[in-house]
Design a protein around this ligand. Structure first.
Ligand code: KG4
Ligand code: ZN
Length: 335
């Protein structure tokens, strides 16, 4: 079997990442330079700061990725890059770097959707079985994606307002937790109980959409009201109540989707896919679907990284999806 080696780039938000992936499934290297520290004092990602970091880090990441993989430019098959969705200035750094490498070394350039990357992170563990369903939950997205076959993505449901991770980060701030707050809120939640019974928006609606802004507001109002009357609320219980509400709607809508779209595999991907409450809830729910296997993207590949872009890129390579030097960043890219 012919071996292909893809050099992949991911710079859509606050991680500069370059990877080398063999045959779309094996990680030879996956360099991730995080900028979280630089954004923390602002309480979120500052686009201008992100772009500058990507510029400073990208060349070093390319060199490290090739060196760690023990691969030279001559051995590469193609270059893959996230071109959207994301921050336009941040995306542009990856797109420009990928174009430069592709042009200099006469390699095909593969344009990758960031969300396809989060889904194809699963491919780095084992082959995806179709038809498949993916729940992609991150700081910028909350989507249910139906994939009848390879390289076909149909969004059947999405958030109408905040993304799940965004809600975690915003309520985390109220709890005094640094950006990004998801992991710590998750840990706190495991030490508390759902005593607040926050709203589960749209949970019973006959669709696959989500809404988290009402939950976020309910949480913030509860904390502010307690502050005003000098009442001390239990932070662990607050976290547990918030998490239970998020997990309930994500799980209920996913189960609803599995009933309407019988699939061989359910993939959970994206930064929020690292959530322990969500992972164990889906492990429980999937038992009612013996024909569907659950693929939880490993924790190390849930957050933004270039390995997942290489995995999705290899699939596109086989489908002959290429871009030329006119490829531009597309911050609002949809499937
Ligand atoms: O996919 P990602 O790295 O970046 C985007 O594409 O947005 O996702 C980052 C998001 C942040 O909002 C972060 O708070 C959240 O993922 N996150 C979590 C957990 N770990 C990270 N949310 C809930 N529970 C976690 N364990
Ligand atoms: Zn992401």
């Amino acid at each position: 079997l012919e071996k292909n080696l893809i050099l992949s780039f991911e710079t859509s938000c606050d991680e500069t990442s370059v990877a080398v992936i063999e045959n779309g499934e094996k990680i030879l290297s996956n360099i991730v330079a995080t900028q979280i520290k630089s954004h923390q004092r602002f309480g979120g990602v500052v686009p201008e700061v992100a772009s500058r970091h990507h510029i400073e880090q990208i060349t070093g990441c390319i060199n490290d990725a090739l060196k760690q993989a023990n691969v030279t430019y001559d051995e590469l098959t193609a270059v893959a890059v996230t071109y959207g969705p994301g921050l336009v200035g941040a995306l542009l750094i990856g797109v420009t770097a990928a174009k430069a490498v592709a042009w200099a070394h006469q390699l095909p350039l593969i344009p990758v959707n960031h969300l396809a990357g989060h889904i194809y992170a699963a491919r780095l563990v084992k082959p995806i079985l179709f038809p498949a369903m993916a729940l992609v939950v991150s700081g910028g997205h909350t989507e249910l994606v139906y994939m009848p076959e390879e390289n076909r993505f149909e969004i059947i449901g999405e958030t109408r307002d905040d993304a799940a991770g965004e809600a975690y980060d915003k309520i985390g701030r109220v709890l005094g937790i640094n950006y990004p707050a998801g992991k710590q809120v998750d840990e706190m939640a495991h030490q508390g109980h759902d005593t607040f019974n926050f709203p589960r928006a749209m949970d019973q609606d006959d669709n696959f959409d989500f809404s988290f802004s009402g939950l976020k507001s309910a949480f913030i109002n509860t904390v502010h009201h307690a502050d005003q009357i000098h009442e001390q609320l239990n932070k662990q219980d607050l976290a547990a109540s918030f998490q239970q509400a998020v997990v309930d709607v994500l799980a209920d809508k996913t189960v609803r989707a599995l009933h309407d779209y019988p699939v061989k595999q359910l993939i959970l991907g994206g930064g929020v896919a690292a959530n322990q409450g969500l992972r164990s809830r889906l492990e429980h729910e999937i038992q009612a679907f013996p024909q569907t296997t659950l693929m939880l993207v490993p924790l190390s590949l849930c957050g933004d990284n270039a390995a997942m872009i290489g995995a999705a890129g290899e699939m596109l390579y086989r489908h002959r999806v290429f871009a030329d030097a006119s490829l531009n960043a597309d911050p609002g890219l949809e499937f």
